[in-house]
Structures are given as structure tokens and as C-alpha cells.
Design a protein around this ligand. Structure first.
Ligand SMILES: Nc1nc2c(c(=O)[nH]1)N(C=O)[C@@H](CNc1ccc(C(=O)N[C@@H](CCC(=O)O)C(=O)O)cc1)CN2
Ligand SMILES: Nc1ncnc2c1ncn2[C@@H]1O[C@H](COP(=O)(O)OP(=O)(O)OP(=O)(O)O)[C@@H](O)[C@H]1O
Length: 189
């Protein structure tokens, strides 16, 4: 299938890979990006993040520091493309089990939580809060199911595009954190 979105995904994957390959210090850059988020968490907020796939910014250190600061922490659990993604409690030291797409996920008996903040991986973002992901719609469906959660994209600056083709179900991000800056999107409810 070639569509504007799938071509764009391929371009963005290539751009992200080139950016990461040229990064001097990936850990330091990850730390700068995630610190934008940590510095702005409301006390006691329940935070969901993710473990990186491939060239994504890894958000596990963010989750570990947040847990240390007293936040309840969670990771998404996906099973099949048809089933909605759920957010399951996960604290540092809790087991992780292999899931689809090479994901490491909380155990099946972990309790479901309602996150206050959803830190979201992405392939591309724009300054209107537009986001393009892997194309399975897991995050768009989760955003629709959790309308009161803050939606924060975590991405390398090279993942910015001027504007994204938007579908009716796309839910805008409230903010994007990169290694270079913190971007808040005006007017997103
Ligand atoms: N780190 C991370 N966790 C996540 C997501 C994500 O994008 N990144 N998801 C967001 O929805 C969900 C999992 N959904 C996914 C849907 C499709 C593919 C996928 O097609 N992967 C490619 C390889 C991509 C790559 O290496 O960059 C593949 O399997 O061929 C992966 C995850 C939930 N957790
Ligand atoms: N709220 C929703 N309810 C039902 N289906 C949805 C919803 N949001 C998105 N989808 C479905 O998800 C599919 C993929 O959407 P899209 O291409 O926007 O994914 P994406 O944002 O790139 O991926 P992801 O959110 O997994 O990172 C679409 O076919 C769409 O029908």
C-alpha cells in the first residue's frame, strides 16, 4: 500500500535513523528531552511512557526517575491490532514480558491504570500538535479513550515536519519534548 501517510512514514524512519547515527551522545540527548517532561509533571500525576523500539527516544529512564519521585508509573500493553491498548501499572523492578513488535510489557496480572500523562512515541510531529505513528492507531484510540490525559510527544528534533496530513480520528498532542526544546501547542483541549 502506498499512500501519502505510508510514504511519509518511510521518509521519517530514514530521517530518524540518520539523525541517531550522527548523534554524539544519545544518552545525554535523551536526558535533555526527558528532563523537559520531568520538570513539568504535577506532583502525584500518574505517568505512562514506553520502552524504545529501534531509533525512538527511550523513555524508561524517565519512568524510573518519575517513580523515584513518587509518581505512579505505567506502560502500555498491546495484544492484537484489534484490541485497544491498555495502560498497566509498572514500577521499576516489576517484571516485563515480551509482547508483539518486540515490545517489553507489564505482566498480564498488572493492574490497569488511568494515566494523567501519556508520553507518546511517534514518527513525526508538527507545531500544531499533529502526530504520525506506526499506523496501527493504538495511540489515537488510547487518546480517544482517555480524553483527560495530557498527551506529550517525545521525539528527536529531526522528526519535526512542517505539517502533517490529518485524519478525522487524529487527536492533537498538548506538547512535544525534543533534545533541543520543549514545544507547547496553543489551543489544544
Ligand atoms: N516504543 C513503542 N511502543 C509502542 C508503540 C510504538 O510505536 N513505540 N506503539 C504505537 O502504536 C504501540 C505498538 N504498536 C506498534 C505498531 C506497529 C509497529 C511496527 O510496525 N513496527 C515495525 C518496525 C518499526 C521500527 O523498527 O521502527 C515492524 O514490526 O516491522 C510497532 C509497534 C504500543 N507501544
Ligand atoms: N478513535 C478511534 N477509534 C477507532 N479506530 C481508530 C481510532 N483512531 C484511529 N483508528 C484507526 O487506526 C488506524 C491507524 O490510524 P493512523 O494511521 O492515524 O495511525 P498512527 O497515529 O500513525 O498510529 P499509532 O497511533 O498507532 O501510533 C486507522 O485505520 C483508524 O481507523
Amino acid at each position: 500500500m502506498t499512500s501519502p501517510k505510508s510514504e511519509l512514514r518511510a521518509q521519517l524512519r530514514a530521517r530518524r535513523a540518520a539523525f541517531v547515527a550522527n548523534l554524539d551522545d544519545r544518552l545525554a540527548a535523551t536526558d535533555r528531552a526527558t528532563t523537559h517532561i520531568l520538570d513539568r509533571l504535577d506532583p502525584g500525576a500518574t505517568l505512562s511512557a514506553y520502552g524504545a523500539i529501534g531509533d525512538e527516544i527511550d523513555a524508561m529512564a524517565l519512568l524510573i526517575v518519575a517513580a523515584d519521585r513518587g509518581h505512579a508509573t505505567a506502560l502500555p500493553q498491546v495484544t492484537t491490532r484489534d484490541q485497544p491498548m491498555r495502560f498497566l501499572a509498572w514500577r521499576p523492578g516489576d517484571p516485563l514480558v515480551p509482547g508483539p513488535f518486540g515490545l517489553q510489557q507489564p505482566a498480564f496480572d498488572a493492574s490497569e491504570v488511568i494515566p494523567d500523562v501519556i508520553v507518546t512515541p511517534l514518527l513525526g510531529f508538527d507545531r500544531s500538535g499533529g502526530r504520525i505513528g506506526q499506523g496501527a492507531g493504538f495511540y489515537d484510540r488510547a487518546f480517544a479513550a482517555h480524553p483527560f490525559a495530557r498527551r506529550i510527544g517525545l521525539a528527536w528534533s529531526a522528526q519535526e515536519v512542517a505539517s502533517l496530513p490529518l485524519d478525522p480520528w487524529d487527536v492533537p498532542l498538548h506538547a512535544v519534548a525534543t533534545e533541543a526544546e520543549w514545544i507547547t501547542i496553543a489551543g489544544v483541549r
